[in-house]
Write a protein that binds this ligand. Structure first.
Ligand code: SAM
Length: 408
């Protein structure tokens, strides 16, 4: 089964609650005795945060078929590193490894979330869940006999636990390795390796999805970027909170990938693209009129209405003000920089509108040929990473840096 594990959004809540409610009458999984509602569970859902106590859904073919959440085990500060996990799988998709994948992911990501111990609270008669956790090395840490009353039966509660590895630090091991010395080697500067691995795995999962072939066609017709980068743009546009700003749309490849992501997110998101126009000599994508071809390609892919096209250079005051006007009170959740070497300049123009954790795609980060236009871009990015304003999640495709904004 092709599974994508991603952060849950509020639009997923009806599916999450449906999966949860289906378990209530079984008296196997939850101690809740009556079905609940989306409204009642909204505060609980909002109590999660992708960087501390995340809430993930497992999606297959665009359908939410399972979920996992982390929550505080106990409120006192000393227990911050211990999280309780809950895993729920749609009854039609059980015994297909969905719970296993979610749990595997939770164990892998826990250290980067600052979590040092995971626990599960499981009814003593819920054999399948006890076995699942056991398989991942969870041990029995507690036993509360006959503490739950389920339809007149007294049931036991078992607490299972697992200590996780220490989180990776910003120590010397995380420093960038020389790209010149080892071309195309993935150089993690990120908070933790597990965040990078999570992203790489997400990318691999998309290879099995229909959107992969759709984006391959878009790449061939309209983009200078690598297919993996278009897939990441699609993914971030789908999961991000906030608007999307693209600088350097050219004839629309990345713009279209982002528009597809917005479409598949089932949420309203502003997609703003900046392009000054001109002509380009290129074997595959040469054009005498960039703006004309851009507008034509967006129309062909039926995404024109989703895109606010701002014609001009990113740093011109009129462009900056047009972007602010288009954004209104919205902030930017995905920033795509693929214009020229002025990466720092462009970030400075728009950083006051970036959400904390804004996804960033920055092209021309590195290349085997050290002479060229990527050198200034790379210096800008490295300086921002060193200052802590950017968090690196590695680089992809030919020369595209991927990461998150941490400048607030
Ligand atoms: C490498 S292309 C972008 C490729 C595109 N992202 C894709 O998917 O193929 C760079 C584009 O940035 C535009 N550009 C250059 N400087 C710019 C600036 N300061 N602001 C906005 N766009 C700019 C160029 O006109 C060109 O179309």
């Amino acid at each position: 089964m092709n599974l994508v594990i991603r952060d849950a959004v509020e639009a997923d809540l009806p599916a999450i609650i449906e999966i949860y409610n289906a378990t209530v009458p079984t008296r196997m999984v939850t101690a809740e005795l009556e079905p609940t509602t989306v409204e009642a569970r909204l505060p609980w859902f909002r109590d999660h945060s992708p960087h501390e106590y995340p809430f993930w859904v497992a999606e297959s073919g665009g359908r939410v078929i399972g979920w996992l959440d982390f929550k505080k085990l106990l409120p006192r500060r000393a227990y911050r590193g211990t999280a309780e996990l809950s895993v729920y799988v749609d009854e039609n998709f059980r015994r297909r490894g969905v719970g296993q994948r979610l749990l595997e992911e939770a164990i892998a990501r826990a250290p980067s979330l600052g979590i040092t111990a995971l626990v599960g609270l499981i009814f003593g008669h819920n054999e399948p869940s006890l076995k699942l956790f056991q398989r991942f090395g969870f041990e029995r840490w507690g036993f509360f006999p006959a503490v739950a009353q389920l339809d007149g039966l007294k049931r036991d509660l078992v607490i299972v636990g697992l200590h996780c590895e220490k989180p990776c630090s910003h120590g010397p091991a995380d420093r960038p390795i020389s790209v010149e010395a080892t071309p195309n080697v993935y150089a993690p500067q990120a908070r933790s390796y597990s965040d990078c691995l999570h992203l790489m795995r997400t990318l691999m999962q998309y290879r099995q999805e229909p959107v992969h072939s759709a984006l391959l066609k878009i790449r061939d017709k309209y983009s200078m970027l690598h297919l993996d980068v278009l897939i990441l743009i699609y993914h971030f546009a789908k999961i991000c909170s906030g608007a999307i700003l693209e600088i350097g749309a050219f004839v629309g490849g990345a713009t279209i990938a982002a528009a597809f992501g917005v479409h598949d997110s089932d949420r309203q998101k502003k997609l703003i693209a900046i392009e000054p126009g001109g002509s380009v000599k290129h074997k595959r994508l040469g054009t005498r009129n960039i703006l004309r071809d851009l507008e034509r390609n967006l129309a062909r892919q039926r995404v024109s209405k989703m895109v606010t096209l701002i014609k001009g250079r990113s740093f011109n005051p009129e462009t900056v003000s047009a972007v602010h006007q288009a954004l209104g009170s919205d902030e930017i959740g995905l920033l795509i920089l693929d214009a020229d070497a002025g990466k720092r300049r462009d970030i400075e123009c728009y950083c006051n509108k970036l959400v904390d954790g804004c996804w960033m795609i920055i092209d021309d980060y590195c290349t085997a040929d050290s002479n060229v236009k990527s050198a200034p871009s790379r210096a800008d990015v490295d300086a921002l990473v060193a200052s802590g304003a950017l968090e690196s999640l590695g680089f992809y495709g030919w020369s595209t840096w991927v990461g998150r904004w941490r400048g607030k």
